[in-house]
Design a protein around this ligand. Sequence first.
Ligand SMILES: [Zn+2]
Length: 457
Amino acid sequence: MAFDNLLSFIIKNRLEKMRKLLLESDLISIQKQIEKYDYKKLQLVKKYHLINGLNHVVKNSPYYKDKMPPQIKDLKFDNALAIIPKLPFTTSAEVSKDSEQFLAIPKEDVVNIHFTYGTTGGKKTIYNSKKDMEQINNSYTLGFLNCGIEKTDIAQLVYSFGVWGLAENIQRVLLNLGIITLSTGNYVNFQEQQQFIEKFGTTVIFGTPSYVYNLASECDLPQKSKDKMKAILVGGEGLPEHRRTIIEERLGGEVYINYGLNEVGGGIGSECKIHKGYHVFPSVHVEIVNPKTREPVDIEEYGELVVTTLNREAMPLIRYRTGDMTRLIDGDCDCGLKLPRIDYLKGRADDKVVIGAAEKYYPINFDLLFDPMPEIKDYWIEISTRNEKDALLVHVLADKPSKKLEQKIIEKFYTMDSIKIDIETTKTLNVPEVVFIDKLPKGGKRRRLVDKRKFLK
Ligand SMILES: [Zn+2]
């Protein structure tokens, strides 16, 4: 026990040093400090936070208090991580049903509230304490460092500002780091965004993949501005690989994808210069489970990502089922950073739709289909039932809607074998229909596939 205490003390002090560095915004020192981390040290830090975090949960979380296994009382430092598979899962629906049940600090100690609209389970209220906000700052800072951001950068923030809090978090962290930030949001038009880039010499852009892709398609940046551009940081949605190339060609710089969920306190991981998956931040523990059996899958095998927050004060979440499908990447990353990696998301388990004769589709399948068509500015697909068959209604935003374009879109569907077979052979799908729209539905994150069919459960 004495040894455990001593170890905790040492780790705590090391973390204090790290925190101090982060607060001082001395980017070079932080980078050096992070590079010194190895798996062993990270495991120690993780165990330390897990034990503290679980003690806090058992004592203060109305939701988890009575759900914890008895072994938790005599948790030893050495095998602390072994307790995780014995802990209960938490679902998105449970959090949205009564977010307050998850609040583990007095309400007056909450300093930040935001909301998140998940794809299932409805709206969730997310609470953060002052310490949680520092933790968010630290994770984001670490993510920015992985992408090579420096104090001399000029950032342009094109996320929508509002209840989901992502833009505000980034803005705050950039302010702390002393980086000039043009918070243009997504309210000005693309020409104005371009004027900002040119006038102020933007070197980093932050936005959702779909908005940044549209911005890249609409902008015609002079080479001088492209040369200045260093990094484009996207997050909040997935990014099809070919869009990465188009964005880099048209805006300059290197695209970095960041992955996070508001429910677990913002950042989960970020890409590094090697661009092979996301390095997972030390503030969370991740597991990959089979979504049906909930059993862990083998290393490198795909499954559902489950996240446990390690040192979250206001709203700790235990084994939170994200619905996102990914896998752990084995082995070291060439960048030298020892943080574990997860692969790009294969899709959200709940974004997946089954159309026609049991064929599974993710939104990316349709992005791949329509991206080569410059006439299409944006689109979303509504799925319903007509004549006892599935029906697809494609809402298309286009500069010049025409009968010819409509026909071209329908022909595009036929290039997907599974769609063609379901229309012609299995007769489980109607011929897709197109409707042209003037503007997109409002909101930061949009769903590409909206399923309006009614299923018996
Ligand atoms: Zn790396």
